[in-house]
Design a protein around this ligand. Structure first.
Ligand code: SF4
Ligand code: F3S
Length: 391
């Protein structure tokens, strides 16, 4: 048994986590990662062999919600031990050191381990007034982010502020707040975990994937892991059958609300929001916003403070709403018009994504690559002789 393996098993024992609990955790992680259950054995084997990756955690314009999510005040679990396999060298909120001493630790890691450490960024990065809105140890957040993320092996933007700018970037964005992709152009291996805050289950699953497969998982156009952001809230929602049947909550506390009817008319943005909340849930898997009777406000999507408000107004463009006056009529519309509704949702979502793609470097890169591929394909299709000659 290697020293690392010994350390890990000893840690399980010290914290009272049984082997059975640990295997259960690995199976649950396989589920979050959308891998077959058989992957649990490989996850368990790889995690036990792993060496501690070094992690630094930067906090800029934020409310500390992602650190809270990371620290999760519940009893020690296998997930905590996995997160503890990370050697967190710098996290200004939780580390004992403070001031210059703490700052030295951060830049020592950057200097001594270039390309070998991971960085988590929490909070947006203000660029207005030469970066003066957020400074740490006399340096601007922008300067620190560019240096620390620029030399990291990978950067994880945790939460919607670090990912897309979040609340600080909401109009009129007085501080010129940006997410990491825009503030640190060209940053290598950037992974976005959007949401307000990001779910620690997804952060844990991301590390488990990396520790198991030694590379990062496939990402969407916003650089979010597909295992967590590949499907809309609406696709997996427990109230979806009510949406399909035309059964909607019409007012807070009405019979539909008490029965668990669909929250679409109360402003639910689940049809245009992508995250695994219905499956993974929150607070140790106990519940999630829609499960508690509140509409999804789209917190995982870019510019949600501007684009998803008013939060309690339903999405536009779906035929039937505002016309049908009773459940039967809505039900009739739902029966014949549900395809159109999904087309409308899909269109809205696509339009939203397209609009953002003009401004988001990661999405722009993908769009340019897709365009190049389409042009190459068109060229090959237009000239089969040339294609044949080249092959
Ligand atoms: Fe669930 Fe919202 Fe979709 Fe209704 S509109 S099914 S509450 S995600
Ligand atoms: Fe956010 Fe909607 Fe999930 S509000 S936490 S994406 S259900």
């Amino acid at each position: 048994m290697s020293e690392t393996e010994g350390w890990f098993l000893q840690e399980l024992e010290t914290r009272g986590v049984s082997r059975r609990d640990f295997m259960g955790f690995c199976a649950a992680m396989a589920g979050v990662l959308a891998l077959p259950r058989t992957a649990a054995a490989r996850i368990a084997a790889e995690i036990q062999k792993t060496e501690k990756p070094v992690l630094v955690w930067l906090e800029f314009q934020d409310c500390c919600g992602n650190s809270e999510s990371f620290l999760r005040a519940s009893r020690p679990t296998a997930a905590e031990i996995v997160l503890d396999t990370l050697s967190v060298d710098y996290h200004e909120t939780i580390m004992a050191a403070a001031g210059h001493q703490a700052h030295e630790t951060l830049f020592k890691t950057v200097k001594e381990r270039p390309g070998k450490y991971l960085v988590v960024v929490e909070g947006s990065i203000p660029t207005g007034a030469g970066g003066a809105y957020c400074t740490i140890g006399g340096r601007s957040a922008l300067e620190i982010a560019r240096e620390v993320c620029g030399k990291a092996a990978a950067t994880i933007a945790m939460g919607t502020c670090a990912t897309f700018g979040g609340l600080p970037a909401a109009a009129p964005n007085p501080t010129g707040a940006l997410g990491v992709a825009d503030a640190v152009p060209g940053v290598k291996n950037l992974i976005n975990l959007s949401a307000c805050p990001a779910n620690v289950e997804n952060l844990t699953a991301l590390f488990v994937y990396f520790l198991t497969f030694k590379h990062w998982p496939p990402l969407d156009a916003w650089r979010r892991p597909l295992f967590a952001y590949g499907k809309s809230i609406h696709d997996n929602c427990e109230r979806r059958a009510h949406f399909d049947a035309g059964q909607y909550t019409e007012a807070w506390g009405d019979e539909g609300h008490r029965t668990g009817y669909c929250l679409y008319k109360m402003g639910c943005k689940g049809p245009v929001t992508f995250q695994n909340c219905p499956n993974v849930r929150w607070n140790g898997g106990t519940s999630w916003p829609i499960g508690c009777g509140h509409p999804c406000i789209g917190c995982a999507e870019p510019d949600f403070w501007d684009k998803m408000t008013p939060f309690y107004k339903h999405l536009p463009g779906v035929p039937g709403f505002g016309v049908a006056s009773d459940v039967d009529k809505v039900g009739l519309w739902a029966a014949v018009g549900v395809g159109a509704a999904f087309a409308a949702h899909g269109f809205l979502s696509l339009a939203q994504r397209y609009r953002h793609s003009e401004h988001h470097p990661a999405a722009r890169e993908k769009a340019e690559e897709a365009k190049r591929r389409a042009e190459d394909e068109a060229k090959n299709n237009a000239d089969p002789g040339q294609k044949g000659g080249a092959s």
